[in-house]
Design a protein around this ligand. Structure first.
Ligand SMILES: C[S@@+](CC[C@H](N)C(=O)[O-])C[C@H]1O[C@@H](n2cnc3c(N)ncnc32)[C@H](O)[C@@H]1O
Length: 255
């Protein structure tokens, strides 16, 4: 059965009914798997599918492109935090001694704080939409801390979760961290106002070759992100790139 809960990401899919049923079946099989927990890590691929693996590969491409650029990684719109965990693990693989490659995530962890007329009228876009469970940021911090224990210098925390409306928390963060240079920023706020404000705020912190990724450019259901980019930076001074792995995401290499 397909959920009609607007919080359920499956509702936002372009998938046909058969595909949705197959996704549901995989979820069921994951929940009821007889596999002993100690075997889960080595067998996660059992439950990945084309969009979920493609997103991971896309994030890997972004990370690979940023390896030779100095600076931190920021994610705007963290939700359950998969990208925070992926970037952490990619650091462990490629540059375990790069202590300056902090991964910083911004989210209310309570869903959308407000929605503007520019965001259109798609169902899921409403105040509180995409909320996670109460105090989820503590669970995510535990996960990221455990991940950090798997790499050198684990006594140094190299992630930060910044809770609150990012239009308020980002200026405070940047004020507190004048050392900031951003090598990779990933935008997945879904909304016009915070995306525009963050694009304006981070611009002085980008350097040549910094990468800015976008989750929803050109997506009719989420017009806010595209409008925000056009109004904050214009869309003509740089290439808006994509790769063939994941159809929805895109990125700009800052020049
Ligand atoms: C699509 S989800 C992010 C998904 C995540 N990047 C992933 O790949 O799983 C969008 C997130 O943006 C957050 N968000 C939207 N507007 C925000 C704002 N003004 N301040 C902080 N977080 C915001 C929401 O709480 C939500 O968790």
């Amino acid at each position: 059965m397909t959920s009609h809960d607007p919080q359920d990401a499956q509702n936002f899919t372009f998938a046909a009914q058969d595909e949705v049923a197959a996704y549901s079946r995989l979820q069921e099989l994951m929940k009821t798997s007889p596999m002993p927990p100690r075997e889960f890590h080595a067998n996660l691929g059992l439950f990945l599918n084309r969009p979920s693996l493609a997103r991971i590969l896309f994030m890997h491409d972004l990370y690979s492109m940023t390896l030779h650029t100095h600076g931190v990684i920021m994610e705007f719109g963290v939700r359950w935090g998969q990208n925070m965990a992926l970037f952490t693990t990619m650091r462990h693989i490629y540059e375990p001694y790069n202590m300056s490659r902090k991964v910083v995530g911004f989210d209310t962890f309570e869903g959308f704080p407000s929605v503007a007329p520019q965001d259109g009228d798609f169902d899921g876009l409403k105040v509180g939409g995409l909320a996670v469970t109460p105090n989820y940021e503590d669970v995510l911090a535990d996960i990221l801390s455990a991940q950090e224990k798997l790499a050198p210098r684990s006594h140094l925390r190299k992630f930060e979760l910044v809770k609150g409306d990012v239009t308020e928390t980002l200026p405070v963060y940047l004020e507190r961290h004048p050392e900031t240079i951003i090598s990779l920023a990933y935008f997945d706020l879904d909304l016009y106002e915070p995306t525009k404000r963050c694009l304006e705020l981070i611009r002085p912190y980008l350097a040549k070759n910094s990468i800015v990724g976008f989750d929803e450019l050109v997506l009719a259901e989420n017009p806010g992100e595209t409008l925000a980019l056009r109004e904050a930076w214009g869309t003509q001074g740089y290439r808006i790139c994509r790769n063939t792995i994941s159809p929805q995401q895109s990125y700009v290499v800052f020049e």
